[in-house]
Every structure is written in structure tokens, then in C-alpha cells.
Design a binder for this molecule. Structure first.
Ligand code: PGD
Ligand code: PGD
Length: 822
């Protein structure tokens, strides 16, 4: 097939390419295949780590020439070559830079030039002076409410170089407050609804351990989850334990079902039953299953009575008593295009077998996204297997290797944001504010506007300055063209990064930071397992004029006369790292866990612990099942709430008090689907973490004629005269992007896949609305809240149309340095 030839070619190009060729060669070709990586690290190699895992690097003194995955990582990420190339790629930020107009006119400059005007190199002294004076001006003139330091993003791991905490630590020391945020882009809806339902965030909690799933689960359902892809990364350092769990389950030959519009790697890996659902219709299918269970008397009445509240209030809705619409499998099938017989068959087989409903998070990153996970829990309650080994539901099997058994490793401490009492005193003391994160553009557009949020009212502050470290909002936020205009309201936008991301390009002041591999740090191995502790060692000296975020904020604190408070008298990074390690060792002592001295640890750099017996047998909600009174949940009733009186009191028109199917703003069954008949699945990328590594050699692994790939079903392609490898234009009322067609039956008809995180590359950055040349799907997505309850983002709610691109495709500009003035 043309597609695989392209891939071979691109691989060859990579290998001929740059210093990174050596990296790829060293890593081998077999991605995520046990033992496929060449383990050629020498004793003199330096151990370090990242969101993608632990590795050893060989240097020639100034540059890294080779890396090898750590010998204890049996399933290394395919992204490792790009992890190092961020240091050497053409998009590396080398020097402090200021937008030309901003350097001349300061905050009074023409903001419409953001993203379009040249940058001018300045010295570090000048850069620190400009930033310190501007922060002082805004705080003095407008107060803390005018500085947005929410600064969300997947910054690098590391207990010291935690850039968001460092930013807030600096601002806290100035004592005038700032605007922060609550929530995140990953689980915006679920982390608000779940506490109402089960009394916990639920999304970031340990899952029933994989060994229990392997021995007790008979049917493993991945619902809108692609764990084979998304477990590549960890928020901390991944140990990749989920791959061992998945392999062991696969070896049993037991059933796996994947409900997803895409035939994912997870489907192929398990040779699973694929249910190609119409996107955004999951709660309808779950309701159809619930109806089948109820009418066929397959539901567990005892579990509903002993462990849940509100089933009685939900039942009239399920049976259609008020709206005359029973939520039958046939009703669900008309919405979801999943055959009614299959919905019934699945419901019956779930009831008959020990079933684990393992959901990803895409299904809540949608309009009314709260309903999907609420309904999933309700379905699991009707099946009555919650708290039994291998049964129930899990919301984190796809993330950071949830379910990997826990060890007794003590937790590291880390740099704090410097707020008193560890809470968030700036909120009240300094009169500043916090907003639900995904409303950031709405906030910029509408200072003074009041919105609903989880039973409260939030009034937007009037923000004049935004400071972003460790995030890429011009990749992660929705409705790019609206965002570009809203951003022009800011007096000043400051960014630290090591890559010329779309966000850095939009900044007034850009400060070059070190990567993790140019500074010393320490981090925990395994988010859920706490498998161990890893040294994130400096491999090479900082490149060009990069400084760590820590040093930059230390200099800014110094300019404000607060250096001592900022550093707490510590002179080097290693002083901090040692403190964090020693804190863990103290905790260890209390738990009777012996740890080597810091010096011994630092020498080897890797400390791991065996899983405990308790960890291997862990069953989520096992305690609650054993004793629902003693281990009552944190909900008002202490039980699982299928009907929430608290949500009822809020009386929101877009979030009823029990799980409900509600049409999203736009979807394939909606009125606008005639004009825009394709749903755009913005799933998480195979070769990146969001937008990270987009500027690296890894692009050669997936780009089509240099553009981001757009997966399209052969039927949809043929109807539009689109061939594999064509450049296409994807568009809707909010914007337009170019992409490269990959014609494949891996995506169901009427859906296309365009991965989130593709760098935004506007043809004319001065003109909001101009075509994005690379393929950022967030040019097309709507910037709305999931509902008044959670106000989460809706990155998975988007429909569009596609056509073959007729003209000469404009050259990309986002993968080289922006224009610079001498
Ligand atoms: P990243 O690409 O990880 O994306 O959004 P997020 O902003 O987290 O950006 C991290 C940035 O931090 C990179 O530019 C990186 O270079 C920089 N960085 C790394 N380490 C450091 C450091 O030490 N210091 C500094 N200063 N910078 C550093 C991700 C967000 O996107 C998330 S979490 C999700 S779940 C959402 N997913 C979707 C989706 O599914 N669909 C759509 N349409 N949109 C989404 N957006 C969201
Ligand atoms: P997605 O890729 O958005 O991942 O985890 P999350 O589960 O949110 O979606 C998972 C699957 O859901 C995809 O296969 C997609 O096709 C499917 N899907 C999309 N819409 C629907 C729908 O309406 N119904 C159903 N049934 N399925 C649907 C994301 C998690 O991954 C997060 S939040 C982060 S921050 C990390 N990000 C990355 C990353 O960027 N890259 C990699 N390789 N790994 C990651 N892991 C983490």
C-alpha cells in the first residue's frame, strides 16, 4: 500500500537525517514490543527520565549521541527519539526574545501583531528587567486579579523544576495574588461530577490491580479508551506496568471489547471485538443496555438497594414514563448506529460474566460529558459487580498505567508554590480569583461576567497579563480563531519554553528554558504503583542561553528583593533534590522501609521496590462492598448516587440530577450534520504527548506531505475524490485546516481522525480565520463548557466537512524559528 511505502521512505529519511538518526538507530524499530529496544547503555552513561520513561544517555561531552531505554522498562515508548531531539531540533528556543513592537512600546504596543511580528534578541539582564517591571506595573496598577498565572499544561516531571509551582511561588512572594484555575483539560467534566456520584475524583485513583483483572475478569471492555497508546506516558515517570498487565490478560485469551469509532491499536493488540460507535452517543448506548438489564430482570436489585441511592428516581426516565420515550436498545441504536441486537447481547453478556467497564476520558471531553461517566457508573451499579474482584468500572486503566500494583515506596516531597498553610490563601487574602480552566478565553473576552460552576457563581476578573510556563494553550484550547482575537485583549503575554511552540510565537516575551536533560532533578517512578524513585540527571550543560525556570524565577524574585525567600537559602539544584529525597527517607523510616543514603541513590539513580501483596490484590471499592457503613463513600448519602439531590438543587438546564441522554451542540445525528457530515475525532497522538515533540524528527513517522495526518474511511474518501496521500482541507464555520489524507478502514464512516496537539500554523498570523497549514484540530472545535456544572472543555465535540485541496499548498512555517530582527 502507498501508505506503508511512505512510512518506509520517511523512516529512511529520518535515519539519514540528523544527530537524532543515531538515537533512532540505538532505539531500534519495534515500538512497544517487549525487548525490542537495543539495551546498549554503557556503565558511564547518564541516567535520566521523562514523561515517556527512564533512559540512559551517552554523550560526547556536550551533546547526546545515543540513548537507550532503561533495562527495567520492558515496554519503552516509541516517542523516546523525539524526547532528545527537542534539544537539537530547529525549533529550539536559543535566547531571550521580545516581540519587536513590544520592545519599542511595551504594553501599549499593537497587540494585533502578536504571532506575526519579528522577535528581537535581548540579553538576560534586559529580559529580567522588562518582565520584573511589567509584573510590578500590572500588580500595582490593577492588582492580583489582573495577572493570570493558571498556566496549565504538561510541563516536564521533576520535583524541583515544577515550573507552574515556581511561577506561583514567585508571585506569592510578591504578595499581591494572581488568578489561578481549577480543573484540567483531561477530565474537566468527570472530576466534577464524580464527587457527586461516588464522593471522589475517581479519575486519578488506583484501579483494581491488573493481577486481579487477569485472574477474575472475564470480559474486559475498553469504552472510549486506547490504553495501548495512552499508557506510553505518565504524569510522573512511567514504569509501563499496564503493558505487563495487558500482556498477561491477552495471554489468557479472555474476551476484550473496544467501543470506539476508531479501530485502535488496542483493538488490534487484543484482537478485540470492535464496536464502531457513532461518537458522542455513549450515554445513549449505556441507557439502552440499562433498559435491557431492567426489562429482562438481569439487574442486581440488592446492590442497587444496599449500595446506591436514587435508582427509583432514575427508573421513570429509563422507562420513558414522563417523556414517553423508553430508552430501549432500539432507541439507543437509532442514536448510536450500534445495532440494537448487539446492545442487548452485550448487556446480557456483561450481566452473565465478571465484567470490567474500563473507560477512557474522551467520552467526557464532550458537550454534556458529565453524563457519560455518570451513566457508566449507573450501568455498573445495575450489574452489581462493583467491589468484586475483576468487576465494576475503572476510569484510569488507560492512564499512567493505572492498575499496576502498588509498592511501599515512600512519596517524595517537592518544591511548593510558597503559599502559606499550603492552601490557596491568595484567593481570599489578596482578593484574587480562580476560574474553571477551560473558560480562560471566555474570561478574557468578558471581564465582570458571572457564570455558573458546580453550584457556585464565578465572576471573571479583568486580566491584563498572562504568564505561561509548561503549557501550550495555542494547541490545547478550543476554537483557535476566537482565542487569537481574545488574546489581543492582553497587555502582555509572557512564555517560557524550550520549543518555539505556537504559544511561544504568540508571546510578547519569550524566555528560553532548559529541558530536563540540562538540569538535575528527581521524580517518582509509577504514578499509581509508586514503584520507585528516579534521578533525572543533567546529561549535558544548558544549550545556547537556556536557564531553568527555577533560575529565571529566582532572578525575578531577586529583582523584587525576595531571592532569599525564594531559594530558602539553598544554593544548588542538588541541595533541593537531596531535601526531597531525605524527606522520603524519613517517611520510609516510619513505614519501616529502608532506603540508601542520598549519595548512594544518586550514584545509581534508580531505586525500585517490589509490589506488596496487598497491592497485587487490590480491588477498587472492595472495602465499600465489604462494609458500606464503615467504608461509606464521601457522597451526602454515603452511597453511590444515581440521583443527586445536590445537583437537583442547582437546577441546571444542562445537567439534570440523574444520568440523561442530551444531544450535544453538534453531532452526526444533529441538524448541522447535513452541512458538516463528518465527526472529527481528536484523539491523543501516537508519537507525541499532546503537542510535545511536534517540532522533532518524530514528525517523519506520521506526517503526510509534511502535514498532520487525517484518517478517513475509504467510503468518505471515494465520495469526495480523495486519495491516500492527498492534501485535504477540513473546515466548518469556525475555521479551516490543511492535513494529509490517510485512507483507511481503521476509522468508521462519517468520522475522520485528526490528532490533538498538531501545531497551529496560520497562513497569515495577523488574520484570525486564515487557514492552518499543518492541521491543528482546535481551529475547528467549539469553545463551550460541558455544562454549567463542570464547565469542562469539549475538544471531542466537533463536526466538519473535507475536500481535496485544490491549490498549491502553502509552505509550513511553524517548524523553523520565527522571523527575527537583527
Ligand atoms: P503540551 O503539548 O503537553 O500540552 O495541553 P498541554 O498544554 O499540556 O504542552 C506542554 C508544554 O510545556 C510544551 O510546549 C513543552 O515544551 C513545555 N514544557 C515542558 N517542560 C517544560 C519546562 O520544564 N518548563 C517550561 N517552561 N516548559 C516546559 C494538553 C491538553 O490538551 C490536555 S492535558 C488535554 S487532555 C486536552 N486534550 C484534547 C483533546 O483530546 N482534544 C482536543 N481537541 N483538544 C485537547 N486539548 C487538551
Ligand atoms: P483519547 O485519545 O482522547 O484519550 O486519554 P483519553 O482516553 O481521553 O480517547 C481515547 C479513545 O476514545 C480514542 O481511541 C478515541 O478514538 C475514542 N473516542 C473519541 N470520541 C469517542 C466517543 O464519542 N465515544 C467513544 N466510545 N470513543 C471515543 C487521554 C490521556 O492520555 C490524557 S488526558 C493525557 S493528558 C495523556 N495524553 C497522551 C498523549 O497525548 N499521547 C499519548 N501517546 N498518550 C497519552 N496519554 C494520556
Amino acid at each position: 500500500m502507498a501508505r506503508s511505502e511512505d512510512r518506509n521512505l520517511s523512516r529512511r529519511q529520518v535515519l539519514e537525517g540528523s544527530v537524532a538518526a543515531g538515537l533512532l538507530a540505538a532505539l531500534g524499530n519495534g515500538v512497544l514490543a517487549k525487548g525490542a529496544f537495543a539495551q546498549t547503555a554503557a556503565a558511564s552513561d547518564i541516567l535520566s527520565a521523562s514523561h515517556w520513561g527512564v533512559f540512559k544517555a551517552t554523550t560526547d561531552g556536550t551533546r547526546i549521541v545515543k540513548i537507550a531505554a532503561h533495562e527495567k522498562d520492558p515496554y519503552p515508548s516509541r516517542c523516546l527519539p523525539g524526547v532528545i531531539d527537542v534539544m537539537y531540533s530547529p525549533t529550539r528556543i536559543k535566547y531571550p526574545m521580545v516581540r519587536a513592537g513590544y520592545l519599542k512600546d511595551g504594553y501599549k504596543s499593537d497587540r494585533t501583531k502578536r504571532g506575526a511580528e519579528e522577535f528581537v534578541r535581548v540579553s538576560w539582564d534586559q529580559a529580567i528587567d522588562i518582565v520584573a517591571k511589567e509584573i510590578d506595573r500590572v500588580l500595582t496598577t490593577h492588582g492580583g486579579q489582573a495577572v493570570f498565572a493558571g498556566s496549565y499544561g504538561w510541563k516536564s516531571p521533576g520535583k524541583l523544576h515544577n515550573c507552574r509551582s515556581l511561577l506561583q511561588r514567585y508571585l506569592n512572594q510578591l504578595g499581591k495574588g494572581f488568578v489561578s484555575h481549577s480543573g484540567d483539560y483531561s477530565t474537566g467534566a468527570s472530576q466534577i461530577i464524580m464527587p457527586h456520584v461516588v464522593g471522589k475524583l475517581e479519575v486519578y485513583e488506583q484501579q483494581t490491580a491488573w493481577p486481579v483483572v487477569v485472574s477474575d475478569t472475564n470480559t474486559l471492555v475498553f469504552w472510549g479508551a486506547d490504553p495501548f497508546n495512552t499508557n506510553q506516558i505518565g504524569w510522573l515517570i512511567p514504569e509501563h506496568g499496564a503493558y505487563e498487565g495487558m500482556k498477561a490478560y491477552k495471554d489468557t485469551g479472555k474476551k476484550v471489547i473496544v467501543i470506539d469509532p476508531v479501530r485502535t491499536e488496542t483493538v488490534d493488540y487484543f484482537n478485540a471485538q470492535w464496536v464502531p460507535i457513532r461518537p458522542q452517543t455513549d450515554s445513549a448506548v449505556m441507557l439502552g443496555m440499562a433498559h435491557t438489564l431492567y426489562t429482562e430482570k438481569l439487574h442486581d436489585e440488592k446492590f442497587l438497594k444496599d449500595y446506591c441511592t436514587g435508582f427509583d428516581q432514575f427508573l421513570p426516565y429509563l422507562l420513558g414514563e414522563k417523556d414517553k420515550t423508553p430508552k430501549t436498545a432500539e432507541w439507543a441504536s437509532a442514536i448510536s448506529e450500534v445495532p440494537a441486537d448487539l446492545i442487548k447481547e452485550l448487556a446480557r453478556s456483561f450481566a452473565k460474566n465478571r465484567t470490567m467497564l474500563a473507560s477512557g476520558w474522551s467520552i467526557q471531553r464532550q458537550h454534556h460529558g458529565e453524563q457519560a461517566h455518570w451513566m457508566l457508573v449507573t450501568l455498573a451499579c445495575m450489574l452489581g459487580q462493583i467491589g468484586l474482584p475483576g468487576g465494576g468500572f475503572g476510569l484510569s486503566y488507560h492512564y499512567s498505567s493505572g492498575g499496576t500494583p502498588e509498592t511501599a515506596c515512600p512519596a517524595l516531597s517537592g518544591i511548593t508554590d510558597g503559599s502559606k498553610a499550603g492552601a490557596q490563601p491568595w484567593l481570599s487574602e489578596a482578593g484574587s480569583a480562580s476560574i474553571p480552566l477551560a473558560r480562560v478565553v471566555d474570561m478574557l473576552e468578558n471581564p465582570g461576567k458571572t457564570i455558573d460552576f458546580n453550584g457556585k457563581k464565578i465572576t471573571y476578573p479583568d486580566v491584563k497579563l498572562s504568564y505561561w510556563v509548561g503549557g501550550n494553550p495555542f494547541a490545547h484550547h478550543q476554537d483557535r480563531n476566537r482565542m487569537v482575537k481574545a488574546w489581543q485583549k492582553l497587555d502582555t503575554f509572557i512564555v517560557h519554553d524550550f520549543q518555539w511552540t505556537p504559544t511561544a510565537r504568540m508571546a510578547d516575551i519569550v524566555l528560553p528554558v532548559t529541558t530536563s536533560y540540562e538540569r538535575d532533578d528527581i521524580e517518582q517512578l509509577g504514578d499509581y504503583s509508586l514503584r520507585g524513585i528516579v534521578a533525572m540527571k543533567k546529561i549535558v550543560p544548558p544549550m545556547f542561553e537556556a536557564k531553568s525556570d527555577y533560575d529565571i524565577f529566582r532572578l525575578l524574585a531577586k529583582a523584587a528583593g525576595k531571592e532569599k525567600e525564594f531559594t530558602e537559602g539553598k544554593n544548588t539544584d542538588l541541595d533541593w533534590v537531596k531535601t526531597f529525597y531525605d524527606d522520603a527517607a524519613k517517611l520510609g523510616k516510619e513505614k519501616k522501609v529502608t532506603m540508601p543514603s542520598f549519595d548512594e541513590f544518586w550514584k545509581s539513580g534508580y531505586l525500585d521496590f517490589p509490589a506488596t501483596e496487598e497491592g497485587k490484590k487490590f480491588v477498587r471499592y472492595g472495602d465499600f462492598r465489604a462494609d458500606p457503613v464503615f467504608s461509606a463513600l464521601g457522597t451526602p448519602s454515603g452511597k453511590i448516587e444515581i440521583y443527586s439531590k445536590n445537583i437537583e438543587k442547582m437546577a441546571y438546564d444542562d445537567c439534570p440530577p440523574h444520568p440523561t441522554w442530551m444531544e450535544p451542540l453538534e453531532w452526526l445525528g444533529g441538524a448541522t450534520a447535513k452541512t458538516y457530515p463528518l465527526h472529527v475525532v481528536t484523539k491523543h497522538p501516537r508519537y507525541r504527548l499532546h503537542s510535545q515533540l511536534c517540532g522533532t524528527i518524530l514528525r517523519k513517522e506520521y506526517a503526510v506531505k509534511e502535514r498532520a495526518p487525517l484518517l478517513i474511511n475509504p467510503k468518505d474518501a471515494e465520495a469526495r475524490g480523495i486519495k491516500d496521500g492527498d492534501i485535504v482541507r477540513l473546515f466548518n464555520d469556525r475555521g479551516q485546516i490543511l492535513a494529509g489524507a490517510v485512507v483507511t478502514d481503521k476509522v468508521r464512516a462519517n468520522c475522520v481522525v485528526c490528532e490533538e496537539g498538531n501545531w497551529y500554523d496560520p497562513a497569515d498570523p495577523a488574520k484570525p480565520g486564515s487557514i492552518c497549514k499543518f492541521g491543528d484540530p482546535n481551529v475547528l472545535t467549539p469553545d463551550i463548557g460541558t455544562s454549567k456544572l463542570a464547565q469542562g472543555n469539549c475538544g471531542h465535540t466537533v463536526i466538519a466537512q473535507v475536500e481535496k485541496y485544490a491549490g498549491e499548498a502553502p509552505a509550513l512555517t511553524v517548524f523553523v524559528e520565527p522571523k527575527m530582527k537583527a
